[in-house]
Design a binder for this molecule. Structure first.
Ligand SMILES: [Ca+2]
Length: 550
């Protein structure tokens, strides 16, 4: 076992060495001859935002610009934050410098220092082993760029001491704040990683520490800005990985809160949290008894809060996606039992008995919707077309229960998705709402995808957007935009598309509406295969518009 242990250490060390060498090459070496013959790689815009960062009350455009290592490389040797002043259109550049080398990063704005201009928070993943993300906070107040807080100090975090203790424990001491944290190490034979015993030779069989235990804390791996309740200000939160023996062996996360003191950024709190993954959460909540929905949902939410309250945004979003899956599964199980309770469980689902069962469903649904069980479980029984009913999550439930722990990309997705489930725009392949309402659904999904292209729900949002836009442009099987016999396009469909193109002018979906109107006109307002093909192409262009390089 010692050999394996040493090899693990060596491989972790090599990974770090490679990452350092790569960064060094990227930062200092001239381009190879083959690359030098081609034009220098063009700067890339990795993120954009609109906000007043100069402090004059007018929104400015903020861009995160990377200088790529080469045309084919995703790696940028450094990044700048570029602001176009909303009034003068002057370009103000903040050079982030050598430590900003890395892969496409993100920006967000927050009120970090207490002036009337918002600040820009930048996170650049370095691509080094273990996911180091370099944080930068930049103020553009008065049009003069400066760092808020020292980027290197933000990356390094608090000065902490780590010591191995007997019986597979670790103590992390925060001397400055006079706090210490005790962590448990997964001991021999633990389920976490049964293949490897990281502590062989370090701990004796009885759990006595016989050799020094190697514990390390990485630089920041994630950063976020979170509102300080009641202050109108944001605090910064950084997350750092703690590992023992080998870099893959994560034993905790350090969560550091930074606040503006009036003169500088200072650490307001440090917590050390044992690891708990969204996968482990998913596995745990899946084991709950689904036949008691309220108890199961309440327990899953309490568990989420206990485990992820201090977790980074991306982990909270992943964990919430697991909760959402769980909630949908609970709802689906209730939907099945709804039919069973009405007497529709066994085939045949026809005849007088089935008829009576179908008639019982609406009353049963309204009883359940009024019940405390469904209120607590966040469930709603809704009509599902063709006489059947189903159960879906109740609108507003997740936002109400998860509160500020819910990342906005998740909260906004769930609000839109719950509306689609509770107030459907189609039943039985027929559009059942006015086309203007369908249009507002299309626009809402498109706006979501523009705002959160990297959301964990982006794929699902993309599917919803495409389905609704297709129906808006062409109608559906049972409610096409044209007359079945003459194939002539209905005038109200044409009017609806014109209105949509005007109301949402400038969006890819409005372009698709204009292209569809043009295809109708070319075809003499009669649907042919050629017209259909052109509309399909317009649909493809609009739904792919958000993908690829910006
Ligand atoms: Ca401004």
């Amino acid at each position: 076992m010692r050999i394996l242990d040493t090899r693990l250490r060596a491989s972790a060390a090599i990974t770090v060495a490679i990452a350092i060498a790569f960064a060094a090459v990227a930062a200092f070496m001239p381009l190879p001859a083959s690359a030098a013959q081609t034009l220098p790689a063009a700067d890339r815009i990795h993120a954009r935002a609109q906000a007043d960062v100069t402090g004059d009350g007018v929104d400015d455009s903020i861009l995160l610009v990377g200088h790529p290592y080469g045309d084919e490389s995703l790696f940028c040797t450094s990044h700048d934050v570029v602001v176009y002043d909303g009034v003068t259109q002057d370009r103000i550049t903040m050079v982030l410098g050598g430590t900003s080398g890395g892969y496409p990063g993100t920006i967000f704005v927050g009120r970090i220092d207490n002036d009337n201009a918002l600040d820009v928070v930048v996170a650049i993943p370095t691509g080094g082993s273990g996911g180091i993300t370099n944080p930068f906070v930049v103020s553009f107040a008065g049009g003069k760029p400066r760092f808020v807080g020292d980027p290197q100090a933000l990356a390094r975090g608090a000065k902490l001491e780590a010591n191995g203790l007997d019986h597979f424990r670790v103590r992390i001491t925060d001397t400055e704040r006079g706090k210490h944290f005790i962590l448990g190490l997964p001991g021999p034979g633990s389920a976490q990683d049964p293949e490897v015993d990281y502590y062989d030779g370090i701990y004796s069989k009885s759990g006595k520490l016989v050799r020094p235990l190697d514990i390390d804390i990485d630089d920041a791996g994630a950063i976020e800005a979170a509102p300080i309740p009641g202050m109108g200000l944001d605090e910064l939160v950084t997350y750092q990985k703690v590992w023992a023996v080998a870099h893959v062996n994560t034993i905790a996360t350090v969560r550091t809160v930074w606040r503006w003191t009036g003169r500088q950024m200072a650490i307001a709190a440090v917590d050390v949290i044992p690891p708990f993954t969204p996968e482990a959460y998913a596995e745990y909540i899946r084991s709950f008894d689904k036949s008691r929905p309220a108890a199961a949902v309440e327990k899953a939410i309490a568990e989420y809060k206990a485990r992820f309250e201090l977790a980074p945004l991306s982990i909270r979003e992943m964990a919430f996606r697991e909760f959402r899956q769980f909630h949908l599964a609970i709802a689906a199980a209730e939907g099945m039992s709804l039919e069973a309770r009405a007497g529709l469980a066994d085939p045949p689902k026809t005849g007088e008995a089935a008829q009576a069962a179908y008639e019982r469903l609406p009353r049963l649904a309204s009883q359940l919707n009024a019940s405390s069980e469904y209120k607590r479980a966040g469930l709603n029984a809704v009509y599902d077309g063709e006489g059947t009913w189903t159960v879906v999550p109740r609108p507003g439930f997740s936002v109400e229960k998860f509160g500020r722990l819910l990342p906005s990309a998740s909260a906004d997705f769930v609000s839109l998705d719950d509306r689609e489930r509770n107030e459907r725009w189609q039943y039985d392949a027929a559009i059942v709402v006015p086309l203007s309402e369908l249009g507002s659904r299309v626009a809402a999904w498109e706006a979501y995808l523009t705002k959160y292209p990297d959301s964990m729900f982006a794929d699902e949002a993309g599917t919803q957007f495409k389905r609704a836009l297709s129906a808006l442009l062409m109608g559906t099987n049972n409610t096409p935009h044209y007359d079945y016999t003459t194939k002539r396009v209905r005038p109200d469909a044409i009017e609806a598309l014109k209105a949509y193109a005007k109301d949402y002018s400038g969006t890819p979906s409005a372009e698709a509406a204009l292209d569809t109107l043009e295809a109708f006109e070319k075809g003499g307002n009669v649907i042919t295969n050629a017209v259909r093909r052109e509309i399909n192409q317009a649909l493809d262009r609009a739904t792919k518009a958000g993908e690829g390089e910006i």
